[in-house]
Design a protein around this ligand. Structure first.
Ligand code: SAM
Length: 299
């Protein structure tokens, strides 16, 4: 059984990490035609607003459909130069793929699906609107989801943390409109003094050892307001070939102690997280079946 685990994981890792045949990442496609066809007039208006100094940062993009917003954030188009200049820069496709497995529009589809569901669950369960909330992207990577929220949550209330200083530098250098700080792999606390209404962690608890996940969970609990929401993604049990009755399954990446591939079953969440968090919802994200989204309320 354990051998089955490792073989499957090895094949998966190999597939995810295999570079294109010639070792090069192909040039990013352009989506001008799609943008012009579905939202040409609106985007031209936004472009003109920025050209005339009338843009209001990312808030200017509020109200656009989430898929359209995610595609705009890829910067994979040539039209609308003033609008483009108002958006955060995007790391090259190779860095995106190293960090998030895919890049460009394929990754934007996943970002849009998660953000849409996040907004839906926050709207149903939170005490205040998102525009008044203080929000943390925990394990933010290059800020691909932080920037999705950047049009709806003002910069002074949007935060991101990650243990990798190099990737936080990418967030800052590309101008993601949020405050960033380095967290520890085994944190005692979140590196901000704020009390959060919402903390989310996409594809973070999918990778943590059991001790690391406990430390992160306690730190998040302490940083959330009473009644605040925690949204995390976890792997389905079949990812590591374990049963739904299993507890915590973890296979470290080579040379790593706290980081690898983890499955946290719902049974484990109900039994072991319940003093800190009540599980409110579990959602399948069809765009990425290996990221199951859990919405929890701080006890
Ligand atoms: C697969 S990436 C996901 C990044 C980002 N959440 C996204 O979805 O684009 C996993 C992230 O978790 C971060 N990470 C690793 N160990 C962590 C820990 N112990 N606490 C918080 N973040 C951690 C990594 O540095 C990395 O940025």
């Amino acid at each position: 059984m354990r051998t089955g685990f490792r073989a499957r994981l090895g094949r998966l890792r190999h597939a995810l990490q295999r570079p294109p045949d010639d070792g090069a990442v192909p040039p990013a496609p352009r989506y001008d035609s799609w943008l012009e066809q579905v939202a040409g007039d609106e985007l031209a208006r936004i472009d003109a607003a920025f050209a005339g100094g009338r843009g209001d940062g990312l808030a200017t993009f509020r109200g656009l459909d989430i898929d359209l917003w995610a595609l705009l954030l890829t910067l994979e188009y040539d039209a609308y130069p003033h609008l483009r200049a108002a958006l955060p820069g995007v790391p090259d496709p190779a860095l995106q793929q190293r960090w998030t497995g895919v890049s460009g529009a394929a990754l934007a589809a996943q970002s849009a699906a998660f953000t849409r569901r996040l907004y839906e669950r926050f709207g149903e369960h939170a005490a205040r609107p998102l525009s008044d909330a203080t929000v943390l992207d925990f394990g933010c990577g290059w800020g691909r989801l932080t920037r999705m929220l950047g049009r709806d949550v003002p910069r002074e209330r949007l935060f991101g943390c990650d243990p990798s200083q190099d990737i936080l530098d990418v967030c800052r250098d590309t101008g993601v409109p949020a405050r960033f700080a380095r967290s520890e792999f085994l944190p005692d606390r979140i590196p901000f003094d704020e009390q959060f209404d919402l903390a989310f962690a996409f594809s973070v608890f999918t990778h943590l050892s059991e001790p690391a996940h406990e430390r992160c969970l306690h730190a998040l609990h302490a940083a959330l307001r009473p009644g605040g929401l925690l949204v995390v993604t976890v792997r389905p049990p079949s990812y590591l070939g374990v049963s739904s009755d299993a507890g915590y399954a973890f296979v470290p990446h080579p040379g790593e102690i706290t980081y690898g591939e983890a499955v946290i079953t719902l049974r484990y969440v109900r039994e072991r997280w319940s003093e800190m968090f009540a599980l409110l919802e579990a959602d399948i994200l069809l765009d990425d079946l290996f990221q199951v989204m859990l919405t929890l309320r701080r006890a």
